[in-house]
Design a protein around this ligand. Structure first.
Ligand SMILES: Nc1nc2c(ncn2[C@@H]2O[C@H](COP(=O)(O)OP(=O)(O)OP(=O)(O)O)[C@@H](O)[C@H]2O)c(=O)[nH]1
Ligand SMILES: [Mg+2]
Length: 469
């Protein structure tokens, strides 16, 4: 047995001291990672821009305790900790929203990140004894909700996923959108030889079907997410597969079958794409906000709402901990608070906000109850990251109506409109609605204040309040 040398001991000692220093440093300057997600056009870019802007100029956050108690000192943009993740283009998005031709930011793709250092006076006695001022590094990570919906694939085999996907594609409203792809499936033999050209044809038709689900019918359940939100994987062979009918066939006289080739790619997608996203990004998050365009789904009609409900149930799965938290059990996750937020609440009168939240509550419903005791804390809220309208009273045929005044998209003058009431959960499955969208008003931010919002401060209090105590 070799006795430890003095050098070994001093090495180990200095490593220990280094690590203790790290821990102490982290304790004094802790960081929190907030994930911002939601499907395409849900409002991630606008939300992240508004959060950063409002923390940099905290003059519109009365419900954020660190601000209302006068303990907030300042926030500053900092270099982000992950140099391989694109930076969230805050300055550019803010300029677009507040410029003379105020407009919404362009759609974005993939993941992006930004770090803010928030300096504040701790309220908690222990922290105050250690320091009179503290700094919290807030890392905001914006990523497509389509990637979150991929996580449940990790526990589905190719045969299981294919069967479920095909079953859904055969039912309305997807049946009409999937005819070409399903027609093609009828002409191929999964037990036949593995031909690259067939795999490519299948992937092309299946991807076109997924795009149609999303754009034609406003459907939410799109898998695999990278087929429509490829990020840096555009045209990669990893995305060259599609679900196949039947059960795993017997080998094709010793040669690889189309089924085998496709199954291999599905498994590669899971391990290279889904697991990597999980390990490199999702597992590092501490808090999560999931943005939902509930009003957009109401406009798209009952099928879109039903689909949103199903995708909400699926989105909750990764936040389960304990006995039924398979993802947690497999890889370890630490998200302990999730906020599901109905965005763009400024499209309706403020008197309707409680009804919008109630509807979201009903849509999250059972799934939320199931994880209440074993998973992350789940909250719901109706908010507008950037408030573009005012609620005004107007009289119509002797009746007082709560209306909104703003500039609808496609017009250039403020208009007073009665947007109507938010239906209850039964009525949303009966017919489509027509809630108008609004533009950012010109001159926003010209008063030197942060971007106006609805309940952004309450969202931040739920998501970060305890870190800023
Ligand atoms: N009135 C209003 N409209 C909003 C708000 N947030 C988002 N929108 C609308 O929703 C659209 C999409 O918002 P984004 O923030 O770009 O959505 P995203 O989730 O980043 O979309 P992708 O980048 O395409 O994934 C905007 O162009 C606006 O029309 C809001 O707070 N108020
Ligand atoms: Mg975006």
């Amino acid at each position: 047995m070799r006795l430890p040398l003095i050098d070994d001991l001093t090495d180990a000692g200095s490593r220990l001291i280094e690590r203790a220093g790290d821990v102490a440093g982290r304790a004094l300057e802790p960081s929190v990672r907030l994930g911002v997600t939601g499907l395409r056009r849900a409002g991630k870019t606008v939300f992240t821009t508004a959060v950063v802007d409002n923390l940099l100029k905290p003059d519109r956050l009365p419900f954020l305790d660190v601000v209302s108690s006068g303990r907030m000192q300042a926030a500053r943009l900092q270099p982000q900790p992950d140099p391989d993740v694109p930076r969230f283009q805050f300055e550019e998005h803010r300029r677009t929203l507040t410029g003379p031709d105020a407009d919404w930011p362009e759609p974005t793709t993939g993941i992006s990140q930004l770090r803010l250092a928030v300096r504040y006076r701790p309220a908690a006695t222990l922290k105050r004894v250690v320091r009179s001022m503290a700094t919290l590094n807030l890392d905001i990570v914006d990523y497509p909700g389509e990637w979150l919906l991929d996580l449940p694939l990790l526990r589905q085999s190719f045969a299981e996923w294919s069967a479920l996907t095909l079953e859904m594609a055969e039912r309305a409203p997807r049946a009409a959108l999937s005819t070409e792809w399903r027609g093609w499936l009828g002409t191929v033999n999964p037990a036949g030889p593995a031909e690259e050209e067939l795999a490519r044809q299948g992937a092309r038709l299946y991807t076109a079907y997924l795009h149609a689900c999303r754009t034609t019918d406003g459907l939410s359940l799109i898998q695999p997410g990278r087929f429509v939100e490829p990020g840096d994987l555009k045209n990669a062979p990893l995305l060259t597969f599609c679900p196949l009918p039947g059960t795993p066939p017997i080998r094709n006289r010793g040669r690889g079958t189309l089924w085998e080739l496709t199954e291999e790619r599905y498994e590669a997608y899971k391990s290279v794409v889904v697991r990597r996203f999980f390990a490199e990004h999702f597992a590092k998050l501490d808090r999560q906000i999931v943005l939902l365009d509930v009003l957009g789904a109401l406009n798209a009609g009952p099928d879109a709402v039903a689909d949103m409900k199903r995708s909400l149930e699926m989105s909750l799965e990764p936040f389960r901990h304990g006995a039924s938290g398979w993802l947690d059990w497999l890889f370890g996750t630490k998200i302990d608070r999730v906020l599901f937020a109905a965005t763009k609440a400024d499209h309706i009168a403020s008197s309707q906000h409680p009804a919008l939240r109630r509807l979201l509550d009903d849509l999250v419903g059972d799934a939320r109850r199931a994880i209440r005791f074993e998973g992350a804390g789940v909250e719901t809220m109706a908010l507008a990251a950037v408030k573009c309208t005012d609620t005004v009273a107007a009289e119509h045929e002797g009746q007082q109506l709560r209306c909104v005044r703003g500039i609808p998209i496609g017009r250039d003058k403020p208009t007073v409109l009665y947007p109507g009431d938010i239906p209850d959960v039964q009525a949303v499955f009966e017919r489509p609605y027509k809630f108008l969208k609004f533009r950012p008003p010109p001159g926003m931010g010209a008063d030197g204040c942060a971007l106006p919002h609805v309940r952004l401060d309450q969202a931040l209090q739920f998501l970060l309040g305890d870190y800023l105590e």
